[in-house]
Each structure stands twice: as structure tokens, then as C-alpha cells.
Design a protein around this ligand. Structure first.
Ligand SMILES: [Zn+2]
Length: 233
């Protein structure tokens, strides 16, 4: 019997995964979205290898924070261990999204963080979107997906995941997160937009400079944090 209290979360995780496909952020079976119920410590995640157009709520897999399957007939997304490391390390987040969206991925492949070239970026990300260090051979050979999560957590030693809700994994693609999985999907779409803008900006003017920290903070802090004043109260 599926846990009744998880029903709304299952519905949200299915919507999030379908949105990744329909918005073009995830092709074929690439990409995955998950959410955590912090009260029970249970994670709802996309099943592995099921085409988005066939995915149903009952196909989603529920695991605990150690990755033990609690509900579901199918195998969870192979990236589950990355999601679990992020949920364990970043206590404030409620959803994680991974895609190979084109422009965010090309920055990851180029081994470059995404510089903050304008206020569109600054509205959502407080600084350049970071990139992890290269994984060592041993980290790839064994527990690769968990080690991808650990590489992200290491990169965030001096970063606040609430102020920087995304990262690039070098040579791979992006992971995004947020208070909910719907927020994480929103962030994945914004990340792709700012990655595209930064790429085009660098194409037009390779020596264009990132915006000042002053302008960056002005834009970020008017939408986020204690003194935010953007939008309706
Ligand atoms: Zn991937």
C-alpha cells in the first residue's frame, strides 16, 4: 500500500519530471527529479529508464535516506545516490533536479563556471554558478553517483545552497535544488536561460566583464532574504 501522506509529493514529483521533458530540458530518459518528505525522511524519485510519456505516479520509487526502497516495483533513477548526498548535506532543500540541458551542459563540458553577466542571473543565483573539481579515477570506479554528490558538497564548503541553488558537475551537466521540487524545476529552466545568455554574451564580446558584486547583491537581495521587497507581500 502506498503511504497516503506521500500522495501529494508523488503527484508533484511526477509533474516535475514531466515538465523536464515537455519543456525540452530533458531528452529521452535523460534527467531526473526527486523530492523529500523531511518529516518521514522519505524520498520520491523518478524510476530508471522509463520514457517520460509513459510515466505514471505508481512508477515513482520511494526510498529512505540510505537508498533502501520503501515503495515501488521499479528501480530508482541511477542518480539516486547523488540526490541522497545532497539531501543529507543540504538540510533546507526539498527537491533536486538533474538535467543535461544544452547550454548549462556545454559550460560544464568546457570546465567553466557560469559567470554572472547580468541581472537576470543575479535575480536567482548569488554569484557565478560554480563547477565541481574533476572526479578522481577511484571516485569514478566505485560509488560514482554518490561521489558526484560528494564533489558537489565539497564545492559548496564556502557556498550557501539557499543562495546558489545550482551547480555544474565538470564534464557532465547540472544539478539544481530548492525548497520544493517545483522550485528546483524552475531553477533548472532559469539556469538554462542564464547559461544561454552568458554563452551568447561571450560570443558577442569575449572580454565582457561580469556585473559588479554591488549590482549582483542588489538584484539577488531584493528578491531573496530578510529585506526582499520584490513582488507582492
Ligand atoms: Zn547526468
Amino acid at each position: 500500500m502506498p503511504t497516503p501522506t506521500l500522495a501529494p509529493l508523488r503527484a508533484e514529483v511526477l509533474r516535475a519530471n514531466l515538465h523536464l521533458s515537455r519543456s525540452g530540458l530533458a531528452l529521452y530518459t535523460f534527467g531526473n527529479a526527486s523530492a523529500i518528505d523531511r518529516a518521514s525522511g522519505l524520498v520520491v524519485i523518478k524510476p530508471s529508464g522509463v520514457p517520460y510519456e509513459e510515466m505514471r505516479e505508481e512508477d515513482l520509487v520511494v526510498t529512505d535516506l540510505d537508498g533502501r526502497i520503501v515503495e515501488g516495483e521499479l528501480r530508482p533513477s541511477s542518480d539516486l545516490p547523488t540526490h541522497l548526498v545532497l539531501y543529507n548535506a543540504f538540510q533546507s532543500i526539498g527537491g533536486v533536479v538533474h538535467t543535461h540541458s544544452h547550454y548549462a551542459t556545454v559550460w560544464a563540458q568546457a570546465g567553466r563556471e557560469i559567470p554572472c553577466m547580468g541581472t537576470t542571473h543575479a535575480d536567482y543565483f548569488r554569484g557565478p554558478v560554480p563547477i565541481t573539481d574533476i572526479l578522481e579515477e577511484g571516485e569514478i570506479a566505485s560509488e560514482y553517483e554518490a561521489n558526484t554528490g560528494h564533489a558537489i558538497v565539497r564545492r559548496f564548503r564556502d557556498l550557501d545552497p539557499d543562495e546558489m541553488p545550482a551547480t555544474l558537475v565538470v564534464g557532465h551537466a547540472s544539478f539544481c535544488w530548492g525548497p520544493t521540487v517545483s522550485d528546483a524545476v524552475h531553477t533548472a529552466a532559469l539556469l538554462e536561460t542564464v547559461a544561454h545568455m552568458a554563452y551568447d554574451t561571450a560570443s558577442i564580446n569575449p572580454s565582457a566583464a561580469p556585473i559588479s558584486n554591488h549590482l549582483l547583491d542588489k538584484h539577488f537581495l531584493r528578491k531573496h532574504g530578510a529585506s526582499a521587497y520584490y513582488g507582492q507581500r
